[in-house]
Design a binder for this molecule. Structure first.
Ligand code: SDX
Length: 432
């Protein structure tokens, strides 16, 4: 704690107060405004939380101007190159890289929880094959909330660890079952000898040969790792606020999935491919779509571009772009994915040269390329955001645990600027 502070003065009352500055390790320091209402009768106002720190966290840091991302201090590029999703999940949860024994125990805890209650398959079957997989996933999380309701014990560390492991293990198995369902395949059995990514690919595409499974699992593992966490984004903030009422962690994760689904958040990866397919199938060229995206009157946006925090290239997009290149360099020209990737590269080049995008620092984000790799792996578009949710479940539960373990843990309750009717009184209907 430092004694740094700022002094503000209310011009009307001439009253001055000191507000403490809390120092960050990385990124901007923050002003603690808790005493503002008591001393000056004022609240801060920041719709969309553009300049508001909602919590103290040690998990992830983003430098939006530099286009850099660190998980527990480790650069995402190093983790993507040297680590894997399971080890990174341990890092995000435990704030340290595991030794061999830690990793073995953690991996076994996860694979021993692959045995998801098979009644979930009956519930998945209730949904039509064209139901959106995110809706099915939300229902499955509700099923788990119901199944584990009696065990809720938020303040108990053992309960939190077991729920955390159960969520990290169950969501990928359920995701694969949802994929089996929408592709009209039989539900596949999880294999406890496989990692999360290997088991997901093995359950999703049992028909692949070992080499194909190995190649797809490696790409999937990196995609999971890159999507695992991202500070206080909309869905993580939802999980924190929802979890702050001490609700079931399964229910709080369901809330996070609901938020992630939106096209301006995790739903963008599906929206990117839909946009590329629209361009591929239309008479109009890429320039036409770039012009549409610039037209204020036109609701069209270039999906996969722009970010609330990154005002430079999203480092995850750069890593996924490399995987996309590797995949697509192997494809022969008549593969349906090749034209999409060519359009994506043209769109990216165009947008990065166009002053509208350059002046607004609109760069490709993680979703711009992830859809292309997922398509190359053979994942149906409607499943892309489920894949995002599968990976982000690790970040969500890491933040859920961090919030509850915080000594200042309490239910969140944002305030408001009320600009509705002033106080009035009821009028009988005959007098209205
Ligand atoms: C994710 O928060 C996270 O960390 C999210 C995420 C994570 O890992 O959790 O990184 C994952 O959600 C990535 C973002 C995926 N979304 C998309 O790709 C959808 C397309 N992008 C836009 O919807 C938008 O860029 C947002 C929502 C991502 C960011 O919105 P902001 O910060 O509110 O940006 P803004 O609306 O203030 O934009 C500033 C200007 C505006 O124009 P002006 O009013 O200044 O004239 O840029 C324009 C916007 O109209 N703009 C775009 C644009 N994005 C912003 N114009 C065209 N195409 C776009 N994609």
């Amino acid at each position: 704690m430092t004694n740094k502070k700022i002094t503000i003065k209310d011009a009307e009352s001439n009253k001055e107060i000191d507000l403490p500055i809390l120092e960050s390790v990385l990124g901007p320091n923050v002003v603690d405004i808790k005493s503002l209402e008591k001393n000056l009768g004022l609240l801060s106002h920041d719709p969309g939380f553009l300049a508001t720190s909602s919590c103290e966290s040690k998990i992830t840091f983003i430098d939006g101007n530099e286009g850099k991302l660190w998980y527990r201090g480790y650069p995402i590029e190093e983790l993507a190159e040297k680590s894997n999703f399971t080890e990174t999940a341990y890092l995000l949860l435990k704030n340290k890289l595991p030794n061999i024994n830690d990793l073995e125990l953690f991996s076994n805890d996860i694979s021993n929880s692959y045995d998801v209650d098979s009644s979930i398959k009956d519930m998945i079957n209730v949904f039509s094959k064209d139901s959106h997989p995110m809706a099915i996933m939300i229902a499955c999380l509700s099923f788990l909330a119901a199944k584990h309701h009696k065990e809720i014990n938020i303040q108990n560390e053992k309960y939190r660890y077991e729920s955390t492991i159960n969520l990290i293990a169950s969501v990928p198995v359920i995701s694969a079952w949802i994929l089996n369902h929408i592709l009209s395949n039989n539900f596949q059995k999880p294999n406890k000898s496989l990692s999360i990514a290997e088991n997901f690919i093995n359950m999703s595409f049992p028909e692949l040969n070992e080499e194909q499974k190995n190649h797809s699992s490696k790409a999937m593992d990196i995609i999971f790792l890159l999507h695992a966490d991202h500070e206080q984004n909309a869905s993580t903030s939802t999980v924190r606020l929802s979890g702050s009422s001490e609700t079931s962690p399964y229910a709080a994760i369901a809330a996070g999935i609901t938020t992630l689904w939106g096209p301006t958040h995790g739903g963008a990866n599906e929206a990117v491919i839909n946009m590329l397919e629209e361009i591929k199938n239309s008479e109009r060229d890429v320039e036409h779509y770039v012009e549409q995206a610039k037209d204020k009157e036109n609701p069209f946006r270039l999906m996969g571009f722009g970010h609330r925090i990154y005002k430079n290239y999203d480092p995850r997009a750069k890593i996924i772009q490399k995987i996309a290149h590797e995949y697509l360099n192997k494809l022969d020209d008549n593969n349906p994915n090749k034209p999409l990737f060519d359009i994506a590269m043209k769109l990216e080049k165009h947008a990065l040269e166009d002053d509208y995008f350059v002046s607004r620092k609109l760069y490709p984000n993680v979703d711009f390329y992830s859809g292309i790799v997922l398509k190359a792996i053979g994942i149906p578009q409607s499943m892309y955001t489920v894949i995002f949710a599968l990976a982000r479940t690790v970040g969500w539960v890491a933040h859920w645990n961090e919030m509850i373990e915080d000594k200042n843990f309490r239910i969140g309750r944002p305030r408001q600027l009320y600009t509705g009717k002033n106080k009035t009184s009821y009028k009988d209907i005959k007098d209205r």
